[in-house]
Design a protein around this ligand. Structure first.
Ligand code: ADP
Length: 363
């Protein structure tokens, strides 16, 4: 099936910049799918969005919407809606005037505008606020108007750039629910930019993780936490993220800093990075695991506690039920079940697929 949106080898280098803001980006978004572009500030998310909408022109590659090359089509003619974090709502106009704006400037017939505005207001639960002045609305209602203004033009794709970051937390939760409802009710295709992994995990079908202009992984939101494809994804996602141990495997021993761990695996000797999922590690007696050390901190977090354990100079994190948390200063072991460890190539930082590895069982 033709994807709704396809980016093919898309790059962007701003004039005078030493490095590309986006490099060789390949990405497809299916009809009705919500894809989150996730990554730290400066990784190229907004640049990507601006190229999709047509505000920036790629330095290389092509962009297709419904199979049609739109790379050289101007922004206004791509039928892509963009909503920013700072609303872009005319505060002195009424909600109705705001919603009608995009169609009025396109000289759509009055009756048609009234119908479209009524429909979107209904969808957003704002039918009774149409005559209110937008400037009198609260943050989340204002953001609803901003999204509504875009929806009346029936965009093929809706792009949202950190749309919830100006809202306080209760409004943000309400807006998240609202967006999920809209996705379901009208089957919108959405590309959603955020640096907030919780937002990405709760709203998106798939998550595309970017680092320094490059795509590191695209994966279903339900799977990405347990299947990072790159050390960057492992270090960026998860709360807390995986503990990454960079070292060398040699003759059945993995050495990382001052820490030596017995390993049984089918991996060849050489440079290796191991990722330990904090939720997978299980505290045990110090003699029962080669991964052992002194508890440095215990951070209570409601239904769980996060331990930081000094294992031979490496700080390893483990998540435990608060009742089971040892005290700081105590020496404990951390059992590593097979599902809690992920192996990454020490040179490329890519996950080593299909490798079997058992870690830390004393000889
Ligand atoms: P993000 O949205 O992930 O924070 P951006 O796409 O805004 O990242 O920025 C990616 C990189 O491109 C950054 O290094 C940023 O400084 C640079 N950049 C963004 N916009 C411009 C611009 N208009 N001119 C020059 N450099 C830019």
């Amino acid at each position: 099936m033709t994807p709704k949106l396809a980016l093919k080898s898309v790059s962007k280098r701003y004039p005078g910049a030493d490095v590309a803001a986006v490099e060789g980006l390949d990405l497809e978004v299916g009809a009705g799918e919500t894809l989150a572009l996730l990554g730290p500030s400066g990784c190229g998310k907004s640049t990507t969005l601006n190229m999709i909408v047509g505000l920036e022109h790629p330095s290389g590659g092509r962009i297709e919407i419904d199979g049609r090359d739109v790379t050289n089509i101007p922004a206004g003619k791509r039928n892509v809606g963009l909503v920013f974090q700072d609303y872009a709502v005319f505060t002195s106009m009424t909600v109705r005037q705001n919603l009608a704006f995009g169609l009025s400037v396109r000289r759509v017939a009055r009756a048609e505008i009234a119908r479209a505005v009524g429909e979107v207001a209904e969808l957003l639960g704002m039918s009774d606020r149409l005559e209110a002045r937008a400037g009198d609305l609260g943050g989340s209602q204002m953001q609803r108007v901003a999204i509504g203004r875009t929806l009346v033009t029936r965009p093929a794709i809706l792009l949202l750039d950190e749309p919830l970051s100006n809202l306080e937390s209760a409004a943000r939760l309400a807006m998240r629910r609202e967006l999920r409802r809209l996705q379901k009710e009208i089957g919108l295709t959405i590309v959603y930019v955020t640096h907030d992994q919780i937002e990405a995990l709760s709203l998106a079908d798939r998550i595309a993780v970017m680092q320094a202009g490059r795509l590191r992984q695209v994966e279903a939101a339900t799977r990405i936490l347990s299947r990072p494809a790159h050390t960057f994804v492992a270090s960026f996602l998860g709360e807390p993220p995986m503990t990454l141990l960079a070292g060398r495997l040699s003759g059945g021993v993995f050495e990382t800093g001052g820490l030596c761990l017995p390993v049984r695996s089918d991996l060849p000797d050489g440079r290796l990075t191991l990722g330990l999922r904090p939720q997978g590690l299980v505290p045990c007696g110090a003699a029962d695991s080669a991964l052992a050390g002194t508890v440095l901190h215990v951070e209570p977090r409601g239904p769980e506690a996060v331990l930081t354990v000094n294992c031979g100079g490496r700080k390893v994190k483990a998540v435990v039920p608060p009742g089971a948390a040892p005290a700081p200063g105590q020496v404990i072991g951390l059992a590593v079940p097979p599902g809690a460890v992920t192996a990454f190539d020490g040179d490329t930082n890519l996950r080593l697929h299909g490798s079997r590895i058992t870690l830390g069982v004393p000889a």
